[in-house]
Design a protein around this ligand. Structure first.
Ligand SMILES: NC(=O)C1=CN([C@@H]2O[C@H](COP(=O)(O)OP(=O)(O)OC[C@H]3O[C@@H](n4cnc5c(N)ncnc54)[C@H](O)[C@@H]3O)[C@@H](O)[C@H]2O)C=CC1
Ligand SMILES: O=C([O-])CC(=O)C(=O)O
Length: 229
């Protein structure tokens, strides 16, 4: 089962939950974990728009697990402590739409193009690997909980005025021509303080960025269509 196969079940669940959020806690920061995130975030935006409560600063697709995976796999290859690693992951949260920017990874490591390609693929397929291994018994439950906790904690730090809280997230965006996109986001008292740009990309990452756009756009449009029809 892919994240997209989950659309038929989860789109309706997300719609119902978002209608309830709009009614009962319209000012909440919404951290959307339910898949396919590339579609469920646009669904949520449309439901909130219908209810007159949409605030793009308060709606987040949780892509932290992609960052956790990118950091873990990079640390293993670069032989550096994972706690010291930083890797931005941009795009979306499914397959090739997940684009880890290993060219910006710190600490720097001298990895070959083949190694970087393998790390990218491993990060993109990490979720599917777990779903297939669990064979119908769910997904990456514990690592998702870990990633969700990191992101929720970052949102709370932002709300509490801690400066320079930055996490990657799938949000309404003008970083590319797509209406939603994951990139680094500065979190603050109102949710999104600033959506940060992509920074310099390697040729491989530039290629990955162009390749992911049609798939990501189609998932976004599928969500919007579901919520507006
Ligand atoms: N954004 C991310 O990084 C990740 C997202 N996910 C997504 O998180 C979601 C949950 O994954 P798992 O915990 O592995 O699935 P699961 O199948 O183990 O748990 C789903 C839970 O939702 C409950 N549920 C079903 N219908 C409901 C409804 N109408 N209202 C409220 N609750 C309902 C079920 O009873 C069950 O306890 C999935 O959409 C999965 O694809 C999973 C891993 C990572
Ligand atoms: O692939 C899935 O359905 C679960 C998921 O999002 C992940 O583990 O990243």
């Amino acid at each position: 089962m892919t994240r997209d196969d989950l659309f038929n079940i989860n789109a309706g669940i997300v719609k119902g939950l978002c209608e309830a959020i709009a009614k009962h806690c319209p000012k909440a920061l919404v951290n959307m974990i339910s898949n396919p995130v590339n579609s469920t975030v646009p669904i949520a935006a449309e439901i909130f728009k219908k209810a007159g409560t949409y605030d793009p600063k308060r709606l987040f697709g949780v892509t932290t697990l992609d960052v956790v995976r990118a950091k873990t796999f990079y640390a293993g290859k670069a032989m550096v402590p994972v706690a010291e690693v930083n890797v931005p992951v941009v795009g979306g949260h499914a397959g090739i739409t997940i684009l880890p920017l290993f060219s910006q990874a710190t600490p720097k490591a001298n990895l070959s193009d083949e190694e970087l390609t393998a790390l990218t693929k491993r990060t993109q397929d990490g979720g599917t690997e777990v779903v297939e291994a669990k064979a119908g018994k769910g997904s990456a439950t514990l690592s998702m909980a870990y990633a969700g906790a990191i992101f929720a904690d970052a949102c709370l730090k932002g709300l509490n005025g801690v400066p320079d809280v930055i996490e990657c997230s799938f949000v309404q965006s003008t970083v590319t021509e797509l209406p939603f996109f994951a990139s680094k986001v500065r979190l603050g008292k109102n949710g999104v303080e600033e959506v940060l740009g992509l920074g310099p990309l390697s040729d491989y990452e530039k290629e990955g960025l162009e390749k992911l756009k049609p798939e990501l756009l189609s998932s976004i449009e599928k969500g919007i269509k579901f919520a507006t029809q």
